[in-house]
Design a protein around this ligand. Sequence first.
Ligand code: BMP
Length: 218
Amino acid sequence: MKAETGLVLALDVTDGERGLELVDAVWDHVDALKVNYPLILSQGLGFLDELPRPSIADLKVADVPNTNRLICGQVNSRVDGLIAHAFTGEQSLKSCVRNFDGEVYAVVDMTHAGAETFFGANRGELLDAAVSAGVDGVVAPATRPRSIEYVKERTDLAVLAPGVGAQGGRLEETVGAGADFVIVGRAIYDAPEPAEAAEELSRRTSELLQEDAGSGPE
Ligand code: BMP
């Protein structure tokens, strides 16, 4: 994925025309698009071919290795990144790494209330599975920056962090904790002027990422 702004748009709309308009309006301000079930189920898999690249299919793939392989075959060449769940374990994740022709990101924690019960309690095992499977990065929550720090203390994996804006995550804390990319949906597509919201968020994100890169160990 290109790393210019550090911002990924979560295109969680179900109207294809609106989706394409939004992408047109904000494309200059984002590094990639993340497409999730609402858009894929409403518009069909072929809609992915109409979107600019790089794009990430957020299918949260979570099945046995053979089924994961078959899922990868459906999105190969249509997108550049694939999100899979880490909780299914190393073998299932490894099947995505082997069978998807792009970058695989593993979900090791989630943003919502209640995620702590399972993800928080199993943080070490989830991250171990992601590392052993050889994923390219992980998804970790902007709503709990400590969880991002945990990944960064133990691995050099890229962190993609959803949860900034509508879910209450703060951009400064998220990048400060070590996120490499922030994934933002509603704070952009529900804004009165999505292009302006994306421009402002991308400006702040890239500034914070540069500050963070400049403040390495002394
Ligand atoms: P929003 O900025 O509107 O809250 O969107 C966040 C996006 O990130 C959604 O597509 C959501 O499915 C996804 N996401 C999340 O919010 N929390 C997670 O823990 C993992 C996600 O993929």
